[in-house]
Write a protein that binds this ligand. Sequence first.
Ligand SMILES: [Zn+2]
Length: 261
Amino acid sequence: MSLPITVVKCPTSKYSVKCPYAMTPTRIVVHNTANDASAMNEISYMLGNNNKTSYHYAVDDTRAVQGIPLNRNAWHAGDGLKGIGNRQGIAIEICYSKSGGTRFTKSEQNAAKLLAMLLKQYGWGMNKVTKHQDYSGKRCPHRTIDLGWERFLAMVQKELSALNTPTTGELYRVRKSWNDINSQIGAFKDLEKAKKLCDGNSGYKVYDYKGAQVYPVRKTNEQIAKEVIEGLWGNGEERKKRLTNTGYDYNAIQKIVNKLL
Ligand SMILES: [Zn+2]
């Protein structure tokens, strides 16, 4: 089940109080609200007052509510005006931590989903998941820590793995080599997205769903024709579709294949 996300826009008139600086996020900072209010109530309250306290998301047992854009900073980590937590962190508040119980358990599960979605969106690994305590020493997220921080990280990892598991076989995979399955850092329906991830990670290549390398090496039509003959590109319509989707000229390659055969 995917997590519903409701966006409540912070009025620009409140930017100077709630999110004065442009931000390029480099991490996620996890909090507990130490309260028993819903995500919508947390965000409404936060946006409605004039305190220099703010956070990007609140997550409860049914949804996530976003109140601050991810390209603006928020005041949540207790590390001051220039702190990395406050100036580079996406803040997530997990609701119902005061009393705990089923609502909190579900809120934590939903938070793990939100974290996984953000990690995937930014192409980040688990090392980008941090907690308020890392920046100011405050025991926050208090209940998540009490129940076990490593346990929570494992929940996020599980959600992230689920997101990265291809639902269909026809994906472009980014790996060091086709046979090195564990090196995979992403799988995409969209070739351009796979190429982009590949560009940012040296030593990686993009493979189509049958294992033919489609990026970054741009092969000649002659080389592809040889691969076709070796059976790497399948037959008939499948071959045509894969070659065309990868950006090769099917007809030109087929001509060469016919000549070689
Ligand atoms: Zn906190």
